[in-house]
Design a protein around this ligand. Structure first.
Ligand code: FAD
Length: 117
């Protein structure tokens, strides 16, 4: 059966947005339980990703680059790196991971910002 490239790309953009925004909101100093939850989430995201071909490719990437879940910044940097691995294999532009800090905004008011955010 022929794939639908438009639907696959749209799913990818939505999935990456959620993936990176989740890391941008992960605690700076997570508990062991929070780190373990993020690790499980990433592995389940791969296993259950609706595009089977994509899930298969991502499995290989996760085997090579295991999730880094010890803090927000390591998780965000890891997420940027694995997305770039996918970008490379699809011959897309490489994203500059030094910009990842402010790029993914959840739009939520319940920030940890001390000054009335
Ligand atoms: P996307 O790659 O979807 O990126 C969306 C936006 O995120 C970009 O416009 C940019 O602003 C930002 N961005 C780009 N790179 C990064 C980065 N490294 N870190 C943070 N932000 C970044 N498609 C296939 O055809 N074959 C596959 O095997 C495949 N595997 C996939 C595996 C996974 C786990 C996921 C989530 C998607 C996969 N896709 C695959 C879809 C593919 O990655 C793209 O989402 C899709 O092709 C649309 O690409 P895009 O150019 O719009 O940008």
């Amino acid at each position: 059966k022929l794939g639908n490239e438009t639907a696959k790309a749209e799913l990818g953009r939505a999935a990456w947005k959620l993936f990176h925004t989740t890391f941008a909101r992960f605690p700076d100093k997570p508990t062991a339980e929070e780190s373990s939850a993020l690790n499980a989430y990433i592995h389940l995201f791969q296993r259950l990703y609706p595009c089977g071909e994509c899930a298969g490719h991502f499995r290989t990437i996760l085997d090579k680059f295991p999730p880094q879940v010890s803090s927000r910044s390591t998780a965000a940097a890891w997420g940027c790196h694995v997305h770039n691995e996918v970008n490379k294999s699809l011959k897309k532009e490489i994203f500059d991971c030094s910009n990842i800090g402010d790029f993914y905004d959840c739009g939520c008011a319940d920030g940890e910002a001390p000054e009335g955010g």
